[in-house]
Design a protein around this ligand. Structure first.
Ligand code: NDP
Ligand code: 8X3
Length: 257
């Protein structure tokens, strides 16, 4: 097992859900963290908590992953002790709406495409060259069951996650001959703020998604990310498809009512 102690880990979407749980598990293992999201107050609170609990070294970056110029500028201004990023976790992402494709919202489509695909590409393009030149690194992308199986009304969100799958495979092929590893972690249903965001803050509709079954927790996913990153350096776990026991495909669930 590889130790992540003192390794520099950048996590996008660290203000909530899977990203926040991933920050927690890496902080506990002694990694140095760069936490990225738009909600700076959430990042500051998390950094404070992790610092108190684990004496973690943390740098926060308030930015929108859709904004390439701010990513480039924030990375260029990283304090030198955080600049040689070892592990990039491309987690920031969202779904918006659950509509028939021919009735969908252009704004929802653009937000998903710009965040889930372009944001992930911007961080990858900016950080991976340094990994290659230093001869070490690991990129973990958050895909989804939605990238393997399209479901009714999921159309554009599923397309963004299919794109993440293709990008992970392409990056892995293009890094062959270097020691840099690429992993796609693709969960089924995880209870986070995901549905709240998908349904534009309709709390009642969001809570129904998780009714009558036991979804994955953000910690379950963080645990798998940590496992992938800590394998021996010659081992690359390319893809993990993980589901709650109460889910067998993107459309089949075991609900108690
Ligand atoms: P949450 O809504 O709880 O977290 C999403 C995170 O992404 C937040 O920290 C949010 O931060 C950040 N984010 C969203 N848009 C942007 C942006 N434009 N710029 C910067 N940060 C952004 O959802 P999850 O934890 O569930 O989602 C994390 C990832 O996991 C996503 O890629 C999602 O697609 C994927 N996933 C989720 C599943 C689920 O069932 N929950 C299943 C499979 C995959 P902020 O708003 O502060 O910017
Ligand atoms: C999130 C899982 O099935 O709600 O990627 O799209 S799903």
């Amino acid at each position: 097992m590889v130790s992540v102690r003192h390794q520099i880990v950048l996590i996008t979407g660290a203000s909530s859900g899977i990203g926040e749980a991933t920050a927690q598990i890496f902080a506990q293992a002694g990694a140095k963290l760069i936490l990225v999201a738009r909600r700076q107050e959430r990042l500051a609170q998390l950094a404070d908590d992790l610092n108190k609990e684990f004496a973690s070294d943390i740098h926060t970056m308030q930015l929108d992953v859709r904004d390439r110029a701010s990513i480039e500028s924030a990375l260029a201004q990283l304090p030198s002790e955080f600049s040689a990023i070892d592990i990039l976790i491309n987690n920031a992402g969202l779904s918006r709406g659950l509509d028939k494709l021919y009735q969908g919202s252009y704004q929802d489509w653009e937000e998903m495409i710009d965040t889930n695909i372009k944001g992930l590409l911007y961080f990858t393009r900016a950080i991976v060259p340094g990994m290659v030149s230093r001869g070490r690194g690991h990129v973990v992308n958050l895909g989804s069951i939605a990238g393997h199986q399209t479901y009714p009304n999921g159309n554009v969100y599923c397309a963004t996650k299919a794109a993440v799958k293709a990008i992970s495979e392409g990056l892995k092929q293009d890094l062959l001959g270097t020691p840099v590893r690429v992993t796609s972690v693709d969960p089924g249903m995880v209870e986070t703020e995901f549905s709240q965001v998908r349904f534009h803050d309709d709390t009642e509709r969001a809570s129904k998604v998780y009714q009558g079954l036991k979804p994955l927790t953000p910690e379950d996913v963080a645990d798998v990310i940590f496992f992938c990153v800590t394998r021996s350096p010659h081992v690359n776990i390319s893809e993990v498809l993980m589901m709650p026991v109460d889910q067998s495909s993107s459309t089949l669930f075991n609900r108690s009512e």
